[in-house]
Design a protein around this ligand. Structure first.
Ligand SMILES: C[S@@+](CC[C@H](N)C(=O)[O-])C[C@H]1O[C@@H](n2cnc3c(N)ncnc32)[C@H](O)[C@@H]1O
Length: 448
């Protein structure tokens, strides 16, 4: 077996895996979110669901209640919007809650393909471009390069709120390891080597196969901040102080998320004095160096360091919560706003947390396979329908209910209905319909 070294040891933040992640997102458009197209997909259900969007909207409604009429519609910036499902749910929730005319959503992503996909697949049909929303190409770490879809420079101003769902987790960072227990700091920096073990000709591999076949080796080497980019140096003292103050344990690796700092700092500048920034991302559970979804890498997000960064370097208060599904933080431009937002944040994410309720019911529904339990399945499904908003999942699961109960005609009707809302071919409903037809001819044959 031949070993091809793609890149010899380099500091983690300079690794080729970041370029591969960028290429993966920029070239594959909405397919990265479709279970059928990509098989190993980038998950979006925990953030881009109706209840998450509704919770965000409730915070917007509560925080803006005393604003003058001239502040509306509130300009909302969604960064790294992916398949646009967060905006989709937000607009639908706003319509239901009579708040649609009070918001304007600027849907952005650094992958223009995604934005074009949102348009082409008519995900936002029912809402008007330039009245309720617009689509803008934006790399969140460089606001200056933003462009409208027709490639004109785009300037952000008077943004009331920014949302970033599952975005910070894929911005470059440095991974460090403390060497000494006394805080006269010495760090080792993670270094990564990328290689591929293959007899096959690399040229014949498609991109996904190539990424999946890559292997990595890690080592620690002395960290020399003076050799790092200016953007990293700028935040280094804060990073040191933070860990000194918090007496972070020796021995576990530390993320130095300087690209998140750059992005948060720049975004807070375009947010109005009464506005805020909302982040929802992967909670720290395992302290893995990285996780991979499809051909992308991502990292766990520690809200504590983001909160300290916002307070110590930018002077802004925040509210945060970490549960087993998400790390969430709201960074507020004013203290008055924080008091209001804290109340509604606690209400939507601690007292009620319909996002968790939706997630648990979804999980439970996925484990029903026999008609003998279909009465309970139906009860849960009715509850799911109340929470899931306008999603293909409800009709899909109703189709499944009828299928396991042998009513193929009704099953087909629901699957056809689900197909209309499955904009990104997440569930490959054509294949389900094909299986259904075969089961109908031979009911003994159950193909799941
Ligand atoms: C994991 S997806 C999250 C999608 C969506 N926000 C959600 O939670 O369902 C990350 C998205 O961020 C985009 N992205 C990655 N790096 C970015 C950057 N530097 N600036 C803006 N968007 C970026 C990707 O193209 C992708 O659509």
């Amino acid at each position: 077996m031949t070993v091809h070294i793609i890149q010899d040891f380099v500091p983690y933040n300079e690794s080729v895996i970041w370029d591969l992640t960028e290429k993966y997102y920029k070239e594959n458009g909405l397919d990265v979110f479709s279970k059928m197209e990509a098989k190993d997909i980038v998950p979006y259900e925990s953030t881009s669901n109706y209840q998450s969007a509704k919770a965000y909207l409730e915070m917007l409604i509560a925080s803006s209640k005393d604003l003058p009429e001239s502040s509306f519609p509130l300009k909302l910036l969604d960064c790294g919007a992916g398949n646009g499902y967060f905006a989709y749910n937000l607009l639908h929730a706003a319509k239901e809650m009579n708040f649609l005319d009070k918001i304007y959503v600027i849907i952005t992503d650094f992958a223009k393909e995604n934005l074009l996909g949102v348009k082409k697949k008519k995900i936002l049909a029912g809402f008007e471009e330039f009245k309720h929303y617009e689509l803008v190409e934006l790399d969140v770490s460089n606001l200056e390069t933003a462009k409208s879809l027709d490639d004109k420079p785009y300037k952000f101003e008077n943004i009331y709120a920014v949302s970033m769902n599952y975005l910070l987790d894929l911005l470059p960072l440095t991974v460090l390891n403390r060497k000494n227990s006394m805080f006269k700091e010495k760090f080792d920096q993670l270094q990564i080597k990328t290689f591929i073990e293959s007899k096959e000709d690399l040229k014949d591999m498609d991109f996904m196969t190539y990424c999946k076949a890559l292997d990595y080796e890690f080592k620690w080497a002395p960290y020399k901040i003076e050799e790092e980019p200016e953007s990293e140096k700028k935040y280094y003292d804060f990073f040191l102080n933070y860990h000194e103050k918090n007496k972070t344990i020796v021995g576990r690796h530390l993320y130095f998320p300087y690209f998140s700092f750059i992005s948060i700092e720049a975004l807070m500048k375009v947010v109005t004095d009464d506005g805020f920034l909302y982040i929802a991302d992967i909670p720290p559970r395992k302290y893995e160096i990285f996780k991979s979804f499809g051909a992308s890498i991502s990292h766990e997000i520690e809200v504590e360091i983001l909160a300290a960064f916002a307070a110590d370097l930018l002077g802004y208060d925040s509210v945060s919560l970490v549960d087993d599904i998400l790390s969430r933080i709201i960074i507020c431009k004013s203290n008055k706003l924080k008091i209001e937002l804290k109340k509604s944040f606690n209400k939507v994410f601690i007292e009620e947390n319909m996002v968790n309720r939706l997630a648990d019911i979804r999980l439970a529904l996925g484990s029903f396979h026999h008609k003998e339990a279909s009465d309970i399945f139906l009860t849960l499904l009715d509850e799911f329908e109340k929470l899931a908003g306008p999603s293909s999942e409800v009709a899909l699961r109703r189709g499944y209910y009828h299928r396991i109960n042998g009513d193929f005609k009704k099953a087909k009707e629901y699957y056809e209905k689900a197909k209309k809302l499955d904009f990104i071919n997440d569930y490959d409903i054509d294949a389900i319909l094909w299986k259904l037809e075969h089961e109908q001819k031979d009911p003994e044959l159950t193909v799941f």
